[in-house]
Write a protein that binds this ligand. Sequence first.
Ligand code: CP
Ligand code: NVA
Length: 310
Amino acid sequence: MQHFLSLADLTSEQLRDLIDLAVDLKEEWKQGGNRPLLEGKTLGMIFQKPSLRTRASFEMGMLHLGGHALYFSPFEIQLGERESVTDVSRVFSRYVDGIMARVFGHNDVVVLAEYSSAPVINGLSDYNHPCQALSDFLTIVENKSKDLEGRKLAFVGDGNNVATSLLFGATLMGMDFAIATPSGYELPDDVWEQGERFAAASGSHLFATHDPQTAAADADVVYTDVWASMGEEEEAEERARVFEPFQVNQALLDKAKSDVIAMHCLPAHRGQEITDAVCDGPHSVLWDQAENRMHAQKALLVDLMAEDRL
Ligand code: CP
Ligand code: NVA
């Protein structure tokens, strides 16, 4: 891999390979610490939006691997405003060994990658959130099995960036994917078409509905995300009204398999898209999911930036 902008750029083998490496690095870290596979390397991080998990997991991941992370808040670089994206990319990539960027418009990470002499990682754009989905498939594999054929992931909520990456990940891994959104909030057509191509190759099944209970039926994983993403704050009130029937609560989990796991990329708006009872209940894997951001991204950093895996 040269860059990591979308799971749709990966083959099924590459995704499985990253998950295997993440499992190894997690085990190694739990046994006492990682080898310094990124000694002397620096990851430059550009944020146009707030973050807890993405910043902390990349920064700690670099530290554990013997490297360093350099953080720029939304007020510093001011991507495309203080300086063009192309110039930022040309300059920044001369200082660092990799760039992670969280942006509004997806095209900004595409342009960063085009002009960068170092690998570029998409830390969330309006289009997708590949680091989240990579980590989530580590969590799903840990809780279910390595072979996800015949397993079902149900996403309930907005057809957004997180749903997009989960669709790509599921169809690459051969897992069935059902999504329930309100009318008008479906996944974009091009995302669905790409998912169909992956599904045809992996044998997984895709299903879109406006009924949460149909999507959740017999699911192994029920996943949700905020109803209004960063940048959509002005729509929050309207969306809260439209999405009300799409809450992940115990009644919805009752439609799924008895050993269903409930997932949320966080931050959660408890009482809106997910209830306290689900967040803190026996099916929740939310905290392992958040921790796995660090382990999965270590695999990504090693793949993109290490001289070798030793
Ligand atoms: N899930 C996630 O990306 O969290 P942050 O926005 O806190 O980074
Ligand atoms: N869909 C959310 C995910 C946050 C991690 C957003 O883009 O704000």
